[in-house]
Design a binder for this molecule. Structure first.
Ligand code: GLU
Length: 466
């Protein structure tokens, strides 16, 4: 086991967003590639906004994508004593100080600084104070250096440097005793031995402050990789305006997890011009250095294309299992008709999502459909009735009721009648499926089975006569 340790650290304030899922995926891939450890940490220090429901939704999203974690989930809300200890340590070492300035005083000084054209940063009143004010509430501030530069080599963005002058004396503990975000992230990543931090680039500005904390605490600074955000087609940050942003919404829209994983990884990462990657491929080929510097644009058509690919490739038995909830949603009982894997097989080529597959499967299970008006008008002509009746009789007596047997029967039938398949095929299709868009006739006949096929042909004959 290598000592490489990565983590995903979501804040449970909503569902698992596609951007978060991609961050989790990159971390997971790197951990798996390097034989390292993948840690899951729930950043729930913001008690007002964190919910158990969101935690569950995030875990569910990760499980759906197959991103298994080796340690955790750890909850920051359960680690307050640890954070407290580190605040005390920094205070004792003189690397942090108690700040008694009230919010009103701070606001006043901030406004003054702005008026005088100075940077509105903390003025150091309590940094320079000697002695304590025992009866006054206080925050704890980190004593950051006023001079010098804090820099790091981002694995994606390259070298990033900040002048320490621009950084503030960060509050690490609020006046109510709770620790602040930038502080707990460092304590956790340091004590959990995280070696590489992959996260969204909205955290770039936090990184120098965090680095200074690692240094003050005497912990090694991890490597950082800040992933560019995901944009919608109009090049603005991906949001609900562009469509679903929750990973689980994509499951409900009929996407397969392997399509989602393949899609997410390509949003920012590339390997030559390859598009299709199995999980093992990804573990072998992924590298964080090959993630691009520019933001990925979410392209629903490409996701559909990938999903179609994986639907075509999947075992019908597996798809059948996944299809059941979609059918039930449509009021279809899959036990009341042909065996589902058989039905799936007829629909794989023509379904881009499981929703399309479910819609396409309904006619197998609900034979009492109304015929599509235009299709019936065009193909249910008087001449069609005797042909459909004759076919019904022949199918009733067919010994080999397999696709090959059925196809042979149709060919023999049209040769004998001296007609072309086009003169009877569409009417058969409308009779069996209700419309003209359907899988191949022979497949449909085989999947429906003898009894149902014959019944539907005779129903059409009666319809034409009536
Ligand atoms: N909890 C943070 C977020 O959800 C992530 C912090 C980090 O990865 O360092 O944005």
């Amino acid at each position: 086991m290598s000592t490489v340790r990565l983590r995903f650290a979501p804040s449970p304030t909503g569902y698992l967003h596609v951007g978060g899922a991609r961050t989790a995926l990159f971390n997971w891939l790197l951990a798996r590639k390097q034989g390292g450890t993948f840690v899951l940490r729930i950043e729930d220090t913001d008690v007002a906004r964190s919910t158990q429901e969101s935690v569950d939704a995030i875990l569910q999203g990760m499980e759906w994508l197959g991103l298994d974690w080796d340690e955790g989930p750890f909850y920051q809300s359960e680690r307050f004593p640890v954070y407290k200890e580190f605040v005390e340590k920094l205070l004792a070492e003189g690397k942090a100080y108690k700040c008694y300035c009230t919010p009103e005083e701070l606001e006043e000084r901030r406004e003054l600084a702005m008026r005088e054209g100075r940077k509105p940063k903390y003025d150091g009143t309590c940094r320079n104070r000697t002695g304590e004010l025992p009866d006054r509430p206080y925050t704890v501030r980190f004593k950051a250096p006023y001079e010098g530069v804090t820099a790091f080599d981002d694995l994606i963005k390259g070298r990033i440097a900040f002048n320490n002058e621009e950084l503030d004396d960060l509050i690490i503990q609020r006046s109510d005793g709770t620790p602040t975000y930038n502080f707990v992230v460092v304590i956790d990543d340091a004590t959990m031995g995280i070696t590489t931090v992959i996260r969204g680039d909205d955290h770039v500005n936090n990184t120098p402050r965090q680095i200074l904390l690692y240094e003050a605490l005497g912990y090694p600074v991890p490597r950082f990789a800040h992933v560019p955000m995901i944009l919608g087609a109009d090049k603005t940050r991906l949001s609900k305006r562009h469509g679903a942003t929750s990973v689980m919404a994509y499951r409900d829209m009929g996407f397969l997890p392997e399509a989602m994983v393949n899609y997410l990884v390509r949003l920012g990462w590339s390997h030559g011009d390859e598009e299709i990657f199995s999980r093992d491929d990804l573990i072998e080929k992924f590298s964080i250095e090959a993630v691009g510097k520019s933001a990925g644009v979410f392209n629903p058509d490409k996701l559909l294309w990938l999903n179609h690919h994986y639907i075509k490739e999947s075992a019908p038995e597996r798809l059948a299992e996944l299809l059941v909830p979609f059918l039930k949603e449509r009021g279809v009982d899959p036990a009341a008709g042909p065996r589902l894997p058989l039905v799936v097989k007829t629909l794989q080529e023509r379904s881009r999502t499981m929703v399309e597959m479910a819609d396409g499967a309904i006619f197998y299970y609900k034979g009492d459909f109304a015929y599509e008006e235009q299709a019936a008008a065009k193909h249910f002509v008087p001449d069609a009735a005797p042909l459909l009746a004759a076919l019904a009789g022949k199918l009733e007596a067919l010994a080999d009721f397999s696709q090959t047997g059925i196809e042979a029967l149709f060919k023999e039938f049209i040769a004998y009648k001296g007609i072309k398949l086009g003169q009877v095929g569409p009417a058969v299709r409308v009779a069996l499926c209700g419309g003209t868009a359907s899988p191949g006739i022979y497949e449909v006949v085989e999947a429906l089975g003898r009894e149902e096929t014959v019944a539907r042909l005779r129903r059409a004959v009666a319809f034409i006569a009536g």
